[in-house]
Design a protein. Structure first.
Length: 293
């Protein structure tokens, strides 16, 4: 009920820009531009958690972008979902290497998997901000020629503490094993390009846990050659024993050799890297690779 009531009041009452406070507009041109001021770029938290998929972000988490995300998430500024979704769609295209609007139309649908919020957070906010943004992003991708859909297949299987105030190590501990794929959810992923989506990445703990849950899903069939045959093999993910940043820069496909649970031992650490990606609106400024020394 809160959702449609908030939308109605945003339409009939005077508003101010959620990013900078400019009067009589929900989102001013300057704040809209801040969401897509530059090309989305690869981001890497420091330290980078093992198992984190390749992540791209639209903008640094600061100033206007920070204000917009908080207004949408915490203050129920639901009319921002369209602009945030459009920015997220641009990140998805960049992460998949599809900068032209229709470039992905021949490679199967893009499947956006939102990182789920804690149940208590959804109740308190009255909406699920990441899922709302994912739906808007999928709509923008379809509008510009890229087949896309949302598969909200992840759920929490145990309670987690509020992440605010926790350092990187405590966030990883807090979230370890907290997510799972809903029964039958793996089949909804299909053969498309799967992209985890969230509003923000800081330590990478949430995206790492979401990726772990997807990789562990028995129903997700990944398009990898089955020992030279024509079928595909299900991958059982093995945790990465080291961060291996250099390894992540290239896709590792199965080589001839011994197969273990559908994947060769040599390829276990990074075998899903060509398929699984992550896209977020914002990330800390120092996590953008362009800002690294």
């Amino acid at each position: 009920m809160r959702g449609w009531w908030q939308d109605l009041t945003d339409l009939v009452l005077p508003a101010e820009c959620a990013g900078c406070g400019a009067p009589r507009t929900v989102l001013c041109p300057g704040c809209r531009a801040a969401l897509g001021a530059g090309r989305p770029r690869r981001v890497r938290p420091v330290p980078e958690p093992a198992g984190l998929p390749v992540v791209h972000a639209a903008a640094p988490y600061a100033d206007r972008v920070r204000a917009l995300l908080l207004a949408h998430k915490e203050r129920g500024a639901l009319t921002l979902a369209g602009a945030l979704g459009a920015a997220l769609a641009g990140v998805v295209r960049e992460g998949l290497g599809w900068r032209d609007a229709g470039a992905g139309s021949g490679g199967g649908p893009v499947v956006l998997v939102p990182v789920p919020s804690a149940r208590w957070a959804v109740r308190a906010r009255g909406h699920d901000p990441v899922r709302r943004m994912a739906l808007a992003a999928a709509g923008e991708l379809r509008r510009t020629g890229t087949p896309a859909r949302v598969a909200a297949v992840l759920r929490q299987r145990r309670a987690v503490a509020d992440q605010a105030g926790l350092d990187a190590r405590r966030r990883r501990v807090n979230l370890a094993g907290a997510l799972e794929v809903r029964p039958g959810g793996g089949r909804l992923l299909g053969a498309g390009r799967v992209v985890l989506v969230d509003d923000l990445v800081t330590t990478g703990a949430s995206l790492t846990e979401a990726a772990r849950a997807l990789r562990d899903s028995a129903g997700w069939q990944v398009g990898i050659p089955n020992g030279g045959g024509s079928g595909v093999s299900r991958v059982v993910y093995s945790a990465v024993s080291r961060e291996g940043r250099e390894e992540r820069r290239r896709a590792v496909w199965p080589e001839r050799g011994k197969w273990v649970h559908g994947a060769p031992e040599k390829a276990m650490t990074n075998v899903l890297e060509p398929t699984l990606r992550a896209a977020v609106i914002a990330a800390p400024r120092d996590s953008f690779e362009i800002n690294r020394n």
